[in-house]
Write a protein that binds this ligand. Structure first.
Ligand code: ADP
Ligand code: MG
Length: 401
């Protein structure tokens, strides 16, 4: 997508019906036959509340109108045969024994989900399946959770069973932990599983209670700007940040970050030591910001919401150290456009180290803002960002017919 002229319109996201048709055509090309079972699960964007889903915090994501779609059918054998547009090779997964971690390719997520069903006592039969996706990979929009939730929903169809939404999300999170070795919190899988049109999935990560909050103001647009960079650090970086937060809690002698105040962090600053003290400051600050942001959004108080998003980004950049120069560039560009140009707030979204920013803006300015971000980002980095508008859409579901 190009916005260099400054007049180009934001393009609509790919239609889900078209994605399913593409997936079915792809399935037919590889496995010569129809694919009666179809499941879709969305990626997510988080408005605020970053790196605190594993710290008993609050998070404010929604399921975006970009999906992983998995289609297929039973094959009568004892193997899953699966392929994806991401990797054209057909992978064969024997299903006679419970699956074990170890795969390093994309099928690890699928294997983890199959194992979750096996652990629940299901005898997963052989199947053929093909995946297509409109969720950019490694862009901080959680294509991995979308893949897991699509796979779990596909398996529900294959096994003619229904799993409670929370159980399904937790099964998918466990797949990510055990098979992809990413110790993620509950945000991504909850957003993908629980998403609803025009709703944020506000999650109290201490109780793991999602609350669907209206987000349907047509005057607001959410722009996602994908830096299209992914720094290697992300592999160890996520786990090491999580360890820092665990260490901080231990030093503070608490069992939950919800019981820690900013004053306590400051009074234990030297005992916590660097960088744990700064990680701790991010966590308690971000929890407070997210609570304040939810209240501000509820009363359409954008003058409060914008600075909260800005403070979230600064804290992730300076205290949690998960931003990067490309993300900072996009956020700085949005800040320069400012409230007068229709920007309400901008920050990095997702785990960081690359990926995307989220810019909340006035709909009437969205095209111009997208154009300015693209032009400015290209000038600074030489990279053409991928920028699109998104809105809350339906979470993981089967497609019938
Ligand atoms: P993110 O979740 O932010 O997109 P991750 O690194 O957690 O980034 O997950 C990306 C990985 O998920 C990819 O490298 C690939 O293994 C897998 N993946 C995502 N979408 C697909 C897809 N449509 N088909 C196959 N694998 C996919
Ligand atoms: Mg992921």
């Amino acid at each position: 997508m190009r916005y260099e002229s400054g007049t180009a319109m934001l393009e609509p996201n790919p239609n889900l019906i078209d994605l399913v048709a593409d997936a079915r055509a792809g399935h037919d090309a590889r496995f010569a036959g129809p694919a009666p079972i179809a499941a879709a699960a969305p990626g997510r964007v988080n408005l605020i509340g970053e790196h605190i889903d594993y710290c008993d915090g609050f998070v404010m994501p929604f399921a975006i109108d970009r999906y992983v779609v998995m289609v297929g059918r039973p094959n009568g054998g004892r193997e899953a045969r699966v392929a994806s547009t991401v990797s054209e090779d057909i992978a064969n997964i024997p299903l006679d024994d419970p699956l074990e971690p170890g795969a390093t390719d994309w099928t690890k997520y699928l294997r983890g989900v199959i194992r979750g069903f096996q652990d629940r006592g299901h005898n997963v039969p052989g199947f053929d399946a093909f995946l297509v996706s409109s969720v950019p990979v490694g862009a901080g929009l959680s294509s991995s959770a979308a893949l897991e939730c699509a796979a779990a929903t596909f398996l529900e169809g294959l096994l003619d069973t229904v799993i409670d939404t929370r159980e399904k999300a937790l099964l998918c999170q466990k797949a990510e932990h055990d098979f992809a070795d990413v110790p993620c919190g509950i945000m991504d899988q909850f957003a993908s599983a629980y998403g609803k049109p025009n709703r944020l999935v506000m999650i109290d990560c201490r109780s793991a209670e999602p609350e669907l909050v209206p987000f349907d103001n047509p005057d607001l647009t959410v722009l996602i700007a994908n830096t299209r960079v992914h720094h290697e650090l992300s592999d160890g970086g996520y786990a090491s940040r999580r360890k820092d937060t665990e260490k901080g809690l231990e030093i503070l002698g608490k069992t939950s970050w919800r019981d820690v105040t900013e004053a306590e962090v400051l009074s234990h600053w030297d005992a916590l030591g660097d960088p744990v003290n700064r990680r701790a400051r991010h966590v308690v600050g971000e929890i407070a910001r997210t609570i304040a942001a939810a209240a501000a959004l509820g009363r359409n108080d954008f003058e409060t919401l914008g600075p909260l998003m800005a403070a979230s980004h600064d804290s992730l950049r300076d205290d949690f150290e998960v931003s990067c120069k490309e993300l900072d560039t996009l956020v700085d560009l949005a800040r320069r456009i400012g409230r007068k140009g229709g920007v309400i707030g901008a920050r990095m979204t997702g785990a960081g180290f690359g990926g995307s920013t989220v810019t909340l803006c006035e709909s009437r300015h969205a095209d111009d803002i997208a154009a300015a971000l693209a032009t400015g980002y290209k000038a600074v980095t030489g990279i053409q960002a991928d920028i699109f508008a998104t809105r809350p859409e339906r979470g993981a579901h089967q497609i019938t017919g």
